[in-house]
Design a protein around this ligand. Structure first.
Ligand SMILES: [Zn+2]
Length: 328
Protein backbone atom coordinates (compact mmCIF):
# COMPACT_ATOMS: atom_id res chain seq x y z
CA UNK A 1 0.00 0.00 0.00
CA UNK A 2 2.79 2.40 0.92
CA UNK A 3 4.38 1.66 -2.42
CA UNK A 4 1.79 3.59 -4.38
CA UNK A 5 2.10 6.73 -2.24
CA UNK A 6 5.89 6.48 -2.27
CA UNK A 7 5.89 6.12 -6.03
CA UNK A 8 3.78 9.22 -6.37
CA UNK A 9 6.25 11.21 -4.25
CA UNK A 10 9.27 9.83 -6.09
CA UNK A 11 7.69 10.54 -9.46
CA UNK A 12 7.35 14.16 -8.41
CA UNK A 13 11.00 14.19 -7.38
CA UNK A 14 12.12 12.79 -10.70
CA UNK A 15 10.06 15.24 -12.67
CA UNK A 16 11.24 18.21 -10.67
CA UNK A 17 14.91 17.19 -10.71
CA UNK A 18 15.26 15.98 -14.26
CA UNK A 19 15.04 18.39 -17.16
CA UNK A 20 14.93 15.41 -19.57
CA UNK A 21 12.22 13.45 -17.81
CA UNK A 22 10.48 12.72 -21.06
CA UNK A 23 13.34 10.66 -22.34
CA UNK A 24 14.98 9.15 -19.27
CA UNK A 25 14.11 7.31 -16.11
CA UNK A 26 15.89 6.22 -12.97
CA UNK A 27 17.35 2.96 -11.21
CA UNK A 28 18.75 0.70 -8.09
CA UNK A 29 20.92 -2.55 -5.90
CA UNK A 30 21.27 -4.45 -1.99
CA UNK A 31 21.47 -4.19 1.73
CA UNK A 32 23.08 -7.30 3.15
CA UNK A 33 21.03 -9.66 5.28
CA UNK A 34 20.73 -8.66 8.90
CA UNK A 35 23.21 -10.60 10.97
CA UNK A 36 21.15 -13.31 12.56
CA UNK A 37 23.04 -15.44 15.03
CA UNK A 38 22.89 -18.38 12.65
CA UNK A 39 24.23 -16.37 9.76
CA UNK A 40 27.07 -14.93 11.83
CA UNK A 41 28.08 -18.30 13.28
CA UNK A 42 28.09 -19.64 9.74
CA UNK A 43 30.33 -16.75 8.67
CA UNK A 44 32.74 -17.43 11.51
CA UNK A 45 33.09 -21.10 10.60
CA UNK A 46 33.47 -20.19 6.95
CA UNK A 47 36.20 -17.65 7.71
CA UNK A 48 38.10 -20.33 9.64
CA UNK A 49 38.04 -22.68 6.68
CA UNK A 50 38.76 -20.13 4.02
CA UNK A 51 41.96 -20.43 2.06
CA UNK A 52 42.97 -17.98 -0.60
CA UNK A 53 46.07 -18.28 -2.71
CA UNK A 54 48.70 -15.59 -2.37
CA UNK A 55 48.60 -14.90 -6.08
CA UNK A 56 44.87 -14.29 -6.03
CA UNK A 57 45.32 -11.98 -3.02
CA UNK A 58 47.94 -9.98 -4.94
CA UNK A 59 45.55 -9.29 -7.79
CA UNK A 60 42.79 -8.36 -5.34
CA UNK A 61 45.08 -5.79 -3.70
CA UNK A 62 45.84 -4.40 -7.14
CA UNK A 63 42.11 -4.16 -7.87
CA UNK A 64 41.53 -2.21 -4.64
CA UNK A 65 44.35 0.18 -5.61
CA UNK A 66 42.81 0.55 -9.08
CA UNK A 67 39.40 1.40 -7.59
CA UNK A 68 40.95 4.25 -5.60
CA UNK A 69 42.83 5.50 -8.63
CA UNK A 70 39.80 5.33 -10.94
CA UNK A 71 37.54 7.04 -8.38
CA UNK A 72 39.97 9.97 -8.35
CA UNK A 73 40.20 9.98 -12.14
CA UNK A 74 36.54 9.74 -13.15
CA UNK A 75 34.57 13.04 -13.16
CA UNK A 76 31.43 11.35 -11.75
CA UNK A 77 33.22 9.87 -8.73
CA UNK A 78 35.12 12.84 -7.34
CA UNK A 79 32.84 12.97 -4.29
CA UNK A 80 33.37 9.25 -3.71
CA UNK A 81 37.15 9.56 -3.96
CA UNK A 82 37.37 12.31 -1.39
CA UNK A 83 34.93 10.52 0.94
CA UNK A 84 36.94 7.29 0.67
CA UNK A 85 40.14 9.00 1.78
CA UNK A 86 38.67 11.42 4.32
CA UNK A 87 36.55 8.76 6.07
CA UNK A 88 39.07 5.92 5.89
CA UNK A 89 36.70 3.42 4.25
CA UNK A 90 38.27 0.00 3.78
CA UNK A 91 37.48 -2.95 1.52
CA UNK A 92 37.34 -6.42 2.99
CA UNK A 93 36.87 -9.70 1.12
CA UNK A 94 34.37 -12.36 2.05
CA UNK A 95 32.96 -15.31 0.17
CA UNK A 96 29.60 -15.08 1.94
CA UNK A 97 28.18 -11.91 0.41
CA UNK A 98 25.28 -12.32 -1.99
CA UNK A 99 26.27 -9.48 -4.30
CA UNK A 100 29.67 -8.32 -5.55
CA UNK A 101 29.86 -5.54 -2.98
CA UNK A 102 27.84 -4.62 0.09
CA UNK A 103 27.64 -2.00 2.78
CA UNK A 104 26.14 -2.59 6.21
CA UNK A 105 24.96 0.40 8.27
CA UNK A 106 26.27 -1.30 11.44
CA UNK A 107 29.81 -1.36 9.96
CA UNK A 108 29.92 2.07 8.30
CA UNK A 109 33.65 2.10 7.55
CA UNK A 110 33.71 -1.21 5.66
CA UNK A 111 32.72 -2.17 2.14
CA UNK A 112 32.58 -5.93 1.80
CA UNK A 113 33.59 -7.46 -1.48
CA UNK A 114 32.48 -10.88 -2.61
CA UNK A 115 35.84 -12.60 -3.11
CA UNK A 116 34.19 -15.49 -4.94
CA UNK A 117 32.60 -13.37 -7.68
CA UNK A 118 35.79 -11.34 -8.01
CA UNK A 119 37.90 -14.54 -8.07
CA UNK A 120 35.77 -15.99 -10.87
CA UNK A 121 36.19 -12.82 -12.92
CA UNK A 122 39.96 -12.96 -12.36
CA UNK A 123 40.12 -16.63 -13.38
CA UNK A 124 38.06 -16.02 -16.52
CA UNK A 125 40.49 -13.29 -17.63
CA UNK A 126 43.49 -15.45 -16.75
CA UNK A 127 42.15 -18.17 -19.03
CA UNK A 128 42.24 -15.59 -21.85
CA UNK A 129 45.96 -15.05 -21.07
CA UNK A 130 45.45 -11.47 -19.89
CA UNK A 131 48.36 -10.20 -17.76
CA UNK A 132 47.72 -9.79 -14.03
CA UNK A 133 48.22 -6.02 -14.14
CA UNK A 134 45.69 -5.72 -16.93
CA UNK A 135 43.29 -8.06 -15.13
CA UNK A 136 43.28 -5.71 -12.11
CA UNK A 137 42.56 -2.73 -14.35
CA UNK A 138 39.78 -4.44 -16.33
CA UNK A 139 38.04 -5.82 -13.24
CA UNK A 140 38.31 -2.45 -11.46
CA UNK A 141 36.82 -0.59 -14.44
CA UNK A 142 33.96 -3.05 -14.85
CA UNK A 143 33.08 -3.11 -11.15
CA UNK A 144 33.56 0.57 -10.34
CA UNK A 145 29.85 1.54 -10.69
CA UNK A 146 28.99 -1.04 -8.01
CA UNK A 147 31.79 0.21 -5.79
CA UNK A 148 30.51 3.76 -6.24
CA UNK A 149 27.03 2.50 -5.29
CA UNK A 150 28.32 1.12 -1.97
CA UNK A 151 30.43 4.19 -1.20
CA UNK A 152 27.29 6.26 -1.81
CA UNK A 153 25.53 4.22 0.89
CA UNK A 154 28.28 5.22 3.33
CA UNK A 155 27.99 8.84 2.17
CA UNK A 156 24.19 8.82 2.59
CA UNK A 157 24.52 7.50 6.11
CA UNK A 158 27.17 10.08 6.94
CA UNK A 159 25.14 12.90 5.42
CA UNK A 160 22.12 12.01 7.56
CA UNK A 161 24.32 12.13 10.65
CA UNK A 162 25.50 15.65 9.81
CA UNK A 163 21.82 16.64 9.75
CA UNK A 164 21.56 15.36 13.31
CA UNK A 165 19.35 12.56 12.07
CA UNK A 166 21.47 9.53 12.95
CA UNK A 167 21.84 6.25 11.13
CA UNK A 168 18.84 5.09 9.18
CA UNK A 169 17.86 2.21 6.97
CA UNK A 170 15.26 3.07 4.36
CA UNK A 171 14.38 2.16 0.79
CA UNK A 172 15.44 5.66 -0.28
CA UNK A 173 19.07 4.72 0.43
CA UNK A 174 18.79 2.32 -2.50
CA UNK A 175 17.12 4.94 -4.69
CA UNK A 176 20.08 7.24 -4.12
CA UNK A 177 22.76 4.58 -4.61
CA UNK A 178 21.21 3.14 -7.78
CA UNK A 179 20.75 6.59 -9.28
CA UNK A 180 24.38 7.29 -8.53
CA UNK A 181 25.49 3.95 -9.97
CA UNK A 182 23.76 4.44 -13.31
CA UNK A 183 25.48 7.82 -13.69
CA UNK A 184 28.87 6.20 -13.08
CA UNK A 185 28.10 3.54 -15.72
CA UNK A 186 27.46 6.27 -18.29
CA UNK A 187 30.58 8.18 -17.30
CA UNK A 188 32.75 5.05 -17.42
CA UNK A 189 31.43 4.19 -20.89
CA UNK A 190 32.67 7.59 -22.07
CA UNK A 191 35.92 7.35 -20.14
CA UNK A 192 36.92 3.79 -21.13
CA UNK A 193 34.69 3.02 -24.14
CA UNK A 194 36.75 0.26 -25.72
CA UNK A 195 37.63 -1.54 -22.52
CA UNK A 196 34.04 -1.28 -21.27
CA UNK A 197 32.70 -2.90 -24.43
CA UNK A 198 35.47 -5.46 -24.85
CA UNK A 199 35.06 -7.22 -21.51
CA UNK A 200 32.14 -8.35 -19.43
CA UNK A 201 31.71 -10.01 -16.07
CA UNK A 202 28.52 -12.02 -16.72
CA UNK A 203 26.56 -11.57 -13.47
CA UNK A 204 27.50 -7.89 -13.19
CA UNK A 205 26.95 -7.10 -16.86
CA UNK A 206 23.41 -8.39 -16.65
CA UNK A 207 22.73 -6.09 -13.69
CA UNK A 208 24.15 -3.04 -15.52
CA UNK A 209 22.09 -3.77 -18.63
CA UNK A 210 18.86 -4.04 -16.63
CA UNK A 211 19.71 -0.91 -14.66
CA UNK A 212 20.37 1.16 -17.76
CA UNK A 213 17.34 -0.24 -19.56
CA UNK A 214 15.20 0.90 -16.64
CA UNK A 215 16.90 4.29 -16.59
CA UNK A 216 16.50 4.89 -20.31
CA UNK A 217 12.77 4.20 -20.43
CA UNK A 218 10.58 7.27 -20.80
CA UNK A 219 9.48 8.42 -17.36
CA UNK A 220 10.92 7.15 -14.09
CA UNK A 221 8.44 4.30 -13.50
CA UNK A 222 10.69 1.53 -14.83
CA UNK A 223 13.56 2.69 -12.72
CA UNK A 224 11.44 2.81 -9.58
CA UNK A 225 10.03 -0.63 -10.41
CA UNK A 226 13.59 -1.92 -10.66
CA UNK A 227 14.37 -0.69 -7.15
CA UNK A 228 11.07 -1.90 -5.68
CA UNK A 229 11.51 -5.31 -7.22
CA UNK A 230 14.85 -5.75 -5.51
CA UNK A 231 14.16 -4.07 -2.17
CA UNK A 232 10.51 -3.18 -1.86
CA UNK A 233 9.62 -6.28 0.17
CA UNK A 234 12.64 -6.02 2.44
CA UNK A 235 13.12 -2.34 3.16
CA UNK A 236 10.57 0.36 3.93
CA UNK A 237 10.16 3.84 2.55
CA UNK A 238 10.55 6.83 4.84
CA UNK A 239 7.47 8.21 3.05
CA UNK A 240 5.28 5.38 4.37
CA UNK A 241 2.51 6.17 6.82
CA UNK A 242 3.15 6.22 10.52
CA UNK A 243 1.22 2.94 10.96
CA UNK A 244 3.19 1.22 8.21
CA UNK A 245 6.47 2.29 9.78
CA UNK A 246 5.37 1.07 13.22
CA UNK A 247 4.29 -2.27 11.74
CA UNK A 248 7.67 -2.58 10.04
CA UNK A 249 9.95 -1.55 12.90
CA UNK A 250 8.25 -3.04 15.98
CA UNK A 251 8.69 -6.73 15.04
CA UNK A 252 12.27 -6.06 13.94
CA UNK A 253 13.15 -4.45 17.27
CA UNK A 254 11.55 -7.37 19.14
CA UNK A 255 13.40 -9.87 16.97
CA UNK A 256 16.78 -8.19 17.61
CA UNK A 257 16.10 -8.02 21.36
CA UNK A 258 15.31 -11.73 21.39
CA UNK A 259 18.49 -12.49 19.47
CA UNK A 260 20.47 -10.42 21.97
CA UNK A 261 18.91 -12.40 24.83
CA UNK A 262 19.79 -15.69 23.19
CA UNK A 263 23.41 -14.55 22.87
CA UNK A 264 23.44 -13.46 26.52
CA UNK A 265 22.39 -16.97 27.46
CA UNK A 266 25.36 -18.34 25.53
CA UNK A 267 27.92 -16.26 27.44
CA UNK A 268 28.70 -19.11 29.84
CA UNK A 269 30.37 -20.92 26.97
CA UNK A 270 33.64 -22.32 28.41
CA UNK A 271 35.64 -22.33 25.17
CA UNK A 272 37.52 -18.98 25.20
CA UNK A 273 37.56 -18.57 21.43
CA UNK A 274 33.87 -19.28 21.06
CA UNK A 275 33.11 -17.01 24.03
CA UNK A 276 34.96 -14.19 22.30
CA UNK A 277 33.00 -14.77 19.10
CA UNK A 278 29.77 -14.61 21.09
CA UNK A 279 30.84 -11.31 22.68
CA UNK A 280 31.64 -9.94 19.20
CA UNK A 281 28.22 -11.02 17.99
CA UNK A 282 26.63 -9.24 20.94
CA UNK A 283 28.41 -6.02 19.99
CA UNK A 284 27.15 -6.40 16.43
CA UNK A 285 23.59 -7.21 17.57
CA UNK A 286 23.64 -4.10 19.77
CA UNK A 287 24.58 -1.96 16.78
CA UNK A 288 21.81 -3.43 14.64
CA UNK A 289 19.25 -3.01 17.41
CA UNK A 290 20.24 0.62 17.94
CA UNK A 291 19.90 1.30 14.20
CA UNK A 292 16.33 0.01 14.19
CA UNK A 293 15.59 1.79 17.45
CA UNK A 294 17.07 5.08 16.14
CA UNK A 295 15.05 4.91 12.95
CA UNK A 296 11.87 4.14 14.87
CA UNK A 297 12.49 6.98 17.34
CA UNK A 298 12.95 9.42 14.49
CA UNK A 299 9.77 8.50 12.67
CA UNK A 300 7.88 8.61 15.98
CA UNK A 301 8.81 12.30 16.37
CA UNK A 302 6.94 14.47 13.86
CA UNK A 303 9.61 17.18 13.64
CA UNK A 304 12.52 14.78 13.19
CA UNK A 305 10.53 12.67 10.73
CA UNK A 306 9.74 15.76 8.65
CA UNK A 307 13.45 16.70 8.68
CA UNK A 308 14.38 13.20 7.60
CA UNK A 309 11.92 13.19 4.69
CA UNK A 310 13.08 16.61 3.60
CA UNK A 311 16.71 15.51 3.77
CA UNK A 312 15.99 12.45 1.61
CA UNK A 313 13.97 14.51 -0.87
CA UNK A 314 16.76 17.01 -1.43
CA UNK A 315 19.44 14.33 -1.67
CA UNK A 316 17.45 12.22 -4.15
CA UNK A 317 16.89 15.29 -6.31
CA UNK A 318 20.57 16.24 -6.13
CA UNK A 319 21.82 12.76 -7.12
CA UNK A 320 19.28 12.44 -9.94
CA UNK A 321 20.37 15.79 -11.40
CA UNK A 322 23.99 14.72 -11.07
CA UNK A 323 23.48 11.40 -12.85
CA UNK A 324 21.64 12.98 -15.80
CA UNK A 325 24.79 14.92 -16.58
CA UNK A 326 26.58 11.77 -17.76
CA UNK A 327 23.78 10.90 -20.19
CA UNK A 328 24.00 14.13 -22.16
ZN1 LIG B 1 22.64 -0.80 -2.30
Amino acid sequence: MYKSSLKYILLLMFFSANPYFCSYAGTSETLPKFPTIELLLEQISHAKNRTVTARSEDIKSQIVAEWSRLLSELPSTQEHASFLSSHGLTFTFSAKESSLASFAPWEPSIIKINGKILGEAIEALKSESVSSQKIAHIVAVKTLPLIAHEIRHAMTQDRLKTHGIGSCMFLENEMISHTDEVGVIADMKKHKPILWQSYSIPHIEDHYIKLEQAWNQPGPEKFLDFVFLRYGNKDISVFSTSDELTQYFNPKITERRNARQRLNNMLSEPDPELAKQIRDLILKEDKVLSLFQDAFNIVSDSTRWADLKSSYTSEIQRVIAQSWKWYR
